[in-house]
Design a protein around this ligand. Structure first.
Ligand code: NAD
Ligand code: IPM
Ligand code: MN
Length: 369
């Protein structure tokens, strides 16, 4: 029996608890069938924590996350909390975890499953075989820069301020993650910013260029402005291997990339901090939100959350075979024609969240037999 691994599970709001429920079943399955046992603790974050405790995330929850071997996060937010201030919004839960745990590298893989080639709104020949990794900086940039706020001017008008700011070390550490990943893939990194209009973008480009020359001469580096990158992702996404970019651009480009794979409900992510040698902290979450428009209907696609759990097994625990098994089960279930509504196609069988989970568990049983 492998040693116990301590997981903190934070389902959050909306479809978060719905998709997390299916992953809990996979965790139980692994306990029974793969002899990988987890100590699973669960806690409230986001709107759920606001309702129960008056804050989107308590210090105790942050401490539990620091103490866990890995954190599995669902999604937070919803229209009922949209009028709260930024010090109170549900989204502060994920932003606080990224900042407090130092999770600066958000890995967002966009992989097109063969069965879903026709689920993309792009032509099959454009997306088939796509395997792209977006490395999004996630503790800096305009999300955290100072000054920020809304101020009232002497004439009574108001002004909203946010600041895009990047220091050399923040750029270097996330670029290193991208270069290291590229070495295990096609050894190509495209660095994305707007060095044509932003000083922070210019420093980003200079820093990544110098780092590549100094430490990664074997990796091919190109640069692209973020607006062009958005266009190129739709025109010819397979030109990219690894994209490294800022917090805000990475947020936008990864939602865009999710539609290449068929649905936002398909894209997992891993957010890593520190160096591997220091016992790397990590949080795993789908890139989608709480999807208030479909929450409570039992129709959310649980695969992004499942695939996030597979990334957890791979990156936090080195359980490559178990990660691959879960990915294979997800791919096979889609291959068998089962589809949640977001990826539904003619001739396929429409299922809800739980039936999708049932099918993944059945397939896991078959694969492990
Ligand atoms: P969203 O990602 O929640 O939803 C966008 C669209 O994609 C919706 O039509 C939704 O139904 C669909 N969708 C998303 N996930 C799906 C899934 N698994 N299966 C099927 N369809 C899915 O984005 P939004 O509507 O802009 O935001 C809703 C709330 O979620 C907001 O409060 C936002 O701040 C929050 N949010 C949270 C996170 C997070 O917790 N990490 C991420 C993004 C957005
Ligand atoms: C994401 C989300 C978050 C972000 C929000 C909820 C703070 O959109 O993880 O992509 O903007 O980073
Ligand atoms: Mn986002």
């Amino acid at each position: 029996m492998a040693s116990n691994k301590r997981l903190l599970v934070l389902p959050g709001d909306g479809i978060g608890p719905e998709v997390m429920g299916e992953v809990r079943r996979v965790i139980d399955w692994m306990d029974r069938r793969r002899s990988v046992s987890f100590d699973v603790a669960e806690d409230l974050v986001g709107g759920a924590a606001i309702e129960a405790r008056g804050t989107p995330i308590t210090e105790a929850t942050v401490a539990r996350a620091m103490d866990a071997d890995a954190v599995l996060f669902g999604a937070v937010g919803g229209p009922q909390w949209d009028k709260l201030g930024f010090d109170m919004r549900p989204e502060l839960a994920i932003l606080t975890l990224r900042r407090e745990l130092g999770l600066f590298a958000n890995l967002r893989p966009a992989i097109v499953f063969d069965a879903l080639v026709s689920a993309s709104t792009l032509k099959p020949e454009v997306v088939q075989g796509l395997d792209l990794m977006i490395v999004r900086e996630s503790t800096g940039g305009i999300y955290f820069g100072e000054p920020r706020g809304i101020e009232t001017m002497p004439d009574g008008s108001r002004r909203g301020v946010n600041t895009e700011v990047y220091a050399t070390h923040e750029i270097e550490r996330v670029a290193r993650v991208a270069f290291e990943l590229a070495r295990k893939r096609q050894s190509r990194v495209c660095s994305v910013e707007k060095a044509n209009v932003m000083e922070s973008g210019l420093l980003w480009r200079q820093t990544v260029t110098a780092l590549q020359a100094r430490a990664y001469p074997d990796v091919a580096l190109s640069h692209m402005y973020a607006d062009n990158c958005a266009m190129q992702l739709v025109r010819n996404p397979r030109q990219f291997d690894v994209i490294v970019t800022t917090n805000l651009f990475g947020d936008l480009l990864s939602d865009l990339a999710s539609m290449l794979t068929g649905s936002l409900g398909m894209l997992p992510s891993a957010t890593l901090g520190g160096a591997e040698a220091e016992g790397r902290r990590a949080l795993y979450e789908p890139i989608h939100g709480s999807a208030p428009d479909i929450a409570g209907q039992g129709v959310a696609n649980p695969l992004a959350q499942m695939l996030s759990f597979a990334m957890l097994l791979r990156y936090s625990f080195g359980l490559e075979a178990d990660a691959a098994l879960i990915e294979r089960a997800c791919a096979d279930v889609l291959g068998a024609g089962l589809r949640t509504p977001d990826v539904m196609a003619p001739g396929c069988t429409r299922v809800g969240t739980t039936a999708m989970g049932d099918a993944v568990l059945r397939r896991l049983d078959e694969l492990a037999a």
